[in-house]
Every structure is written in C-alpha cells, then in structure tokens.
Design a protein around this ligand. Structure first.
Ligand code: 13P
Ligand code: SF4
Length: 393
C-alpha cells in the first residue's frame, strides 16, 4: 500500500477548546450510532479512550475488528499497521479510518518487502532442504504480513507469540510439510526483542539465534551461523521500549525492595530477564487489576498506559520503570481535533483518511492473520526463564 501523508486538518479544529471538541465528537458519534465503531489501543491518550467503544492490546483489537459485522465505519485510534490489519479483517464493505495518517510505527518501518524478498532468497540458498517459516509481529506492514501468509507463516502479537512459535516449530502450514523430522528454521520480523525473549523462554539458546541486518550480505552472518540458527531475528526494535535498561531495574531493587517489575516483551532481553514478569499491554493491565491494594509496580511500557493504570488503581503504587519520557509519539498523534475532524466528515457523508489494503496484499495478509486467530491458547504471557530440559532443536 502506498503511504499517504497527513495533510493539515482545517485550522478550526486546532482552535476549538477541549470541552467543545468533546461535545462535537459526542454529537457526531451519536448521529452515526451503530454505523460506527471506535477502537482504541491501550497507548492512546485518555481523552481518546473516553470515546472508544472497545479498548485493548493489538490482539484484542484485531479480534474486535474481525467481529464488526453490521458497522459501516471503524475508526481506529492506534497506529497505521493496526488500521491496516483492521481493514484486512473486516468485510470489504467496512471503511477503516485512521484519524491521523502520520500515526505510523518506527518498528514496522524497519522491514520492507524488497529487503524481505532479498533475505528470503539468501536464507533459502544457504539453508538447503531445511524449511523456513516466516512469522511476523503484528507491528509490520500489510505487505510483510502478505509475504508471511504466502510462504506458510502467520502473524503474532505480544499476547500470543509463544503459541504462534510453538505452531511454527511443529511445521506450521508449509504446503509440503517439514521434510522428515527436520525442525523448521524461523524467520521472525521485525522485532528482534519479542522474538528473542519468546524463543528463549521456550528453550531456544541465545547462541542459536542470529540477528539479520537487512543492510548486510547474509544479514551480517556467516553461512555456518545461518545454517546453525534456529531463529533468525530481523534487526528491528521499538524505540520507546529501548529506553528501558537493566540499570533501571537495579535501581528499583535497591530503592523499593517490595516493588514488582513488569515489562513489555519489546524490551531488551537483559531487561526481561531482570523483570519479575513480561507480557503484552493486556497482560500488564490484567496483572495490575488482579493485584491487592498496596501492591507496588514499576512498569516498563508506554507512559499513557502506565499513567492510566496509576489513576485507575490509587490503592496501589505505580511508577514508570524509567525516568525517561517513554512516549510513543506516533500513537500520540491521534488527538481530539483529528478524531472530531474524521467523525464530522463521516456525518457529512465524506470518508477521510481511509486505510485500504490492495486485493493481492489483502488476500495473503488475511491468510496470515486468520492463521493467528485460529491458533489456540492465545493470551499467555511470554515468560522469561527457559523451562528446565525443554530446548527446541
Ligand atoms: P500490544 O500488542 O501489547 O498491544 O503492543 C503493541 C505495541 O505496539 C507495543 O509497542
Ligand atoms: Fe511502534 Fe513502539 Fe509505538 Fe508500539 S510503542 S506503536 S512498537 S513505536
């Protein structure tokens, strides 16, 4: 899909005071009624969450999108790849709208299709008969998802990465099935940290995972390293979660001995190893909701979610794991003026900022997403320790 940049919205929307924006959004929402569903990711600003019909992590929201049968419009308050997935999973008749086209994801932009085709050809050549199953994190373009679907793989989110990798190690849905008893090699896009953290928790040793740098020949590896690898991790990361470092956890341990550390699996391996728990945004929300009053948490994820949890649970002590801003600036682009602008256009019968995935991409990305939705046992945390005696080899 060709990227469309956000043109400035009419200046009036920037000038309206917040109470007026809220009134106009509520009125537009009421007028559109059951024709509209607004989905909001956990990292959205509170003001946006106030208008969301459904909130959740990227897995929950993809399920919600797939469930939207009678609606005409899905307004996706999240980032570009999430809106693309919503377009793929909803009926053709549903129009999916992203309030600000500039709401991308730097991690998703770290893998493009040309690089992927090049990496695939090189990996195939070196790996001989060993099957390779591509798995992509939800945080990737529709083009990468389609590549994965077309080559026997599936999408995963941070909620279900372990289940999807288990499925892949058993052979996934390769057309011809894995040759004999050969375990497939996994090519994991684009977040090296989610891939490494999850595979390690499943028993894959670190020295059997390599990083694939798309800017280098053989991804910067030797042929032997590629042949020996069980998991090939694309060189991508989230710049927000990269801000959390092991020293932050050391500080918490020193200064707050009763505080539990919970982090998102997009954090580096060293951070996940030192944390008490790791899991998706939905997992983090659930752990805090289930904790008794007086529980102390240092949370390693985007600041809007941490601040919301803090407000919702005043009986617990909740802090951001690091003193950095830890703000996803692209999620933050979705604000009341943009929401008001897209909704009022819909009331006037105009669809602005529509996300449309082309037919070929849609066909194969649907396959990859549907495989994910069909894999059982979703919602497990990734864990952080290697279970004794269980290595994947
Ligand atoms: P979740 O899948 O946990 O919602 O995370 C999505 C994301 O973009 C985290 O950075
Ligand atoms: Fe992308 Fe990171 Fe923002 Fe999530 S937090 S949307 S991975 S940049």
């Amino acid at each position: 899909m060709t990227k469309v940049w956000q043109l400035p919205i009419p200046p009036i929307y920037r000038k309206l005071p917040e109470p007026e924006l809220r009134t106009r959004i509520a009125a537009a929402k009421a007028t559109l009624g059951s024709r509209l569903a607004i989905l909001g990711h956990h990292y959205q600003q509170d003001a946006i969450i106030d208008f969301a019909d459904f909130t959740g992590d990227s897995f929950e929201l993809s399920r919600r999108a797939a469930d939207q049968k009678g609606v005409e419009y899905v307004v996706f308050c999240g980032v570009h790849f999430m809106a693309e997935s919503a377009d793929i999973l909803t009926d053709e008749s549903v129009r999916v709208i992203l309030p600000d086209m500039g709401a991308g994801c730097s991690m998703a932009d770290m893998a493009n299709l040309d690089q992927t085709l090049d990496a695939w050809a090189q990996l195939k050549e070196v790996s001989g008969d060993q099957p390779i199953i591509p798995i992509t994190y939800m945080n990737s373009s529709a083009a990468i998802k389609a590549f994965v679907g077309e080559h026997g793989g599936a999408v995963c989110t941070s909620s279900n990465c372990r289940n999807v990798l288990e499925w892949a190690f058993k052979g996934g849905e390769l057309p011809e099935g894995p040759a004999g008893s050969v375990t497939p090699k996994i090519l994991f896009f684009p977040d090296q940290h989610l891939g490494r953290n999850t595979a390690y928790a499943m028993g894959v040793p670190l020295d059997r995972m390599i990083v694939w740098d798309p800017k280098q020949d053989l991804g910067g590896n030797t042929e032997e390293q590629v042949r020996n690898a069980i998991v090939v991790l694309w060189k991508g990361h989230c710049s927000v979660h990269a801000l959390f470092r092991p020293e932050h956890i050391d500080d918490v341990r020193r200064n707050h001995p009763n505080m539990k550390v919970i982090v998102h699996p997009e954090c580096k391996w060293e951070v996940v190893q030192k944390a008490d728990m790791a899991g998706s945004t939905a997992y983090i929300v659930k752990q805090v909701e289930a904790a008794p009053p007086g529980t102390e948490w240092a949370i390693g994820t985007e600041v809007h979610l941490v601040n919301r949890l803090k407000q919702q649970h005043p009986d617990q002590k909740i802090v951001v794991l690091s003193d950095c801003q830890c703000l996803c600036t692209t999620m933050y682009r979705i604000d009341l003026p943009h929401l008001c602008w897209v909704l009022e256009n819909l009331v006037d019968g105009k669809v602005v900022n529509e996300i449309r995935v082309d037919a070929h991409t849609r066909k194969w990305a649907t396959v990859a997403l549907q495989r994910m939705l069909a894999i059982k046992g979703t919602g497990n945390p990734i864990g952080k320790q290697q279970p004794a005696g269980t290595t994947v080899d």
